[in-house]
Write a protein that binds this ligand. Sequence first.
Ligand code: AMP
Length: 188
Amino acid sequence: MLNIVLFGAPGAGKGTQSDLLVEKYNLNHISTGDLLRKEIADGTELGKRIKSIMDSGSLVSDDIVVEMIDNAIARDTQGILFDGFPRNVAQAETLDKLLAKHGRKLTCMISLDVPREELIRRMLERAKISGRSDDNEETIKNRLKEYEAKTLPVAAYYEGKGLHVKVNGYGDIKDISANVIAEIEKRK
Ligand code: AMP
C-alpha cells in the first residue's frame, strides 16, 4: 500500500500534482490545509480557534493536525497521499509512529523543487482567483518564512532515512507529473 508525502513550499504545485497522483494510484488525498479550511467553513469551534492563525500564514498547533491525520489513517483502506503534512520535524516523527501503529510505513517523500521567485509569482497569481484569505502579499511572505524555518528541515529528516526524493517542480505540469510517477514506480 502506498503512503506518500508530497512536499514543497507554498506555491510549489502540491495541489495540482496531488490531483494527478490520487487519480493514477487511487489514493486517499489527505490535505491538512483543506481539512482545516473545512472546519472554518463549517463554523465549528475548532474553525473559530484557528481562523486568525491561518489568516496570518502561521502554522496551527501540532495537536490539531496530528489528530486529523490519526483519524484519516485509521479510516483509510486504499493508501494515502499526504499533502501539507508533515510541516515540521515533530509532525514527521509523529507520522512515523502513527504509520507504524497502523502497520504501515512511508513509501517516500516527493519534494517539488521550485525557485523562490517563481513561488511568489504563482501565489500572487493564485491570489487573484482563489478567494483564500491567506493568499495576499503579506501572508505569503509569512508562509514562506514559516516554510523555510520549520518545514524545510523535514526534507533533511527524510533524507537521513533515505526516503527523500527531489523532483524539479518548475516547467510543464505533465513533465513534472511524469517525473514524480517515475520516482514512485522505483519505490513502490
Ligand atoms: P495549505 O493549504 O497546506 O497551504 O495550508 C494552509 C494553512 O493551514 C497553513 O498556512 C497553516 O496555517 C495551516 N496548516 C496546514 N497544514 C498544516 C500542518 N500540517 N501543520 C500546521 N498548520 C497547517
